[in-house]
Ligand binder design. Structure first.
Ligand SMILES: *[C@@H]1O[C@H](CO)[C@@H](O)[C@H](O)[C@H]1NC(C)=O
Ligand SMILES: *[C@@H]1O[C@H](CO)[C@@H](O)[C@H](O)[C@H]1NC(C)=O
Length: 216
């Protein structure tokens, strides 16, 4: 057990070294194959330096049901979000940026995220930076192919989140929380209504640039 932890830590440090050497945070970069992440996923963990975004009623407390790879290279997501005690569907299309494994989407501001670590049959770790009215926050997401993941992967998610400066108390394991699991599957037969931007954010455009220090 101890040895495994040491190995995991070593692995993380190696990742950091690589990240540093390449000057960007993507751990998979050019090897990322977006077609392979198509399909069903579950939100396992969320972490943010703006805790209220992932607490109950937070806009980023969203539960993924599936991801579709679109022909034009965009990724379409179906989520659930709890609003007024009800599980509502949320569809978002995120467009590829010039970087491999990086996407952008308008939702509660402008967001850019990167697929930080992916095992196509098991888990995805995403790092997102949001900007709205000049303020930014980070969001880390852990998705699993199954409703729960091994404690090793969850620990890795926690460690990576901490590496990005997110405090322990802002790292949530949601597997014991209501994730709208009962609401899954209903939308499959319906035509997809992909919503690109939600209400109340006309003022936030792609032209709003991310502060340098926080660029992914
Ligand atoms: C890709 O296709 C989807 C679905 O038709 C659309 O919503 C999205 O805006 C497209 N993305 C780009 C970059 O054209
Ligand atoms: C930025 O984009 C928004 C919406 O796309 C637009 O309304 C606004 O005028 C733009 N601002 C600048 C400085 O170009």
């Amino acid at each position: 057990m101890k040895l495994l932890q040491v190995l995991l830590l070593l692995g993380l440090e190696m990742m950091l070294v690589c990240v540093h050497a390449e000057g960007k945070t993507s751990l998979i970069g050019k090897n990322f194959n977006p077609e392979k992440i198509d399909g069903e996923w579950y939100t396992i963990g969320l972490a943010s330096d703006k805790r209220e975004k992932i607490e109950e009623h937070g806009s980023m407390r969203v539960f993924v049901e599936y991801i579709h790879f679109l022909k034009n290279s965009s990724l379409a997501y179906k989520f659930h979000i709890i609003e007024n005690g009800k599980c509502n569907e949320l569809y978002l299309v995120t467009d590829k940026t010039e970087e491999d494994g990086e996407y952008e989407v308008k939702y509660d501001g402008y967001n850019r995220y990167i697929m930080l670590d992916v095992d196509y049959n098991d888990y995805i770790i995403v790092r997102l930076v949001n900007i709205k009215n000049g303020e930014t926050f980070q969001l880390m997401e852990l998705y699993g192919r199954t409703p729960d993941l091994s404690s090793n992967i969850k620990r890795k998610f926690g460690d990576i989140s901490k590496m990005y400066g997110i405090p322990e108390e802002n790292i949530f394991d949601l597997t014991k929380s209501d994730r709208c699991l009962h609401a899954r599957g209903r939308g499959k037969a319906l035509a997809f209504r992909w919503v690109i931007s939600s209400k109340n954010e006309k003022q936030v455009g792609k032209n709003e640039t991310l502060p340098k220090a926080l660029v992914l």
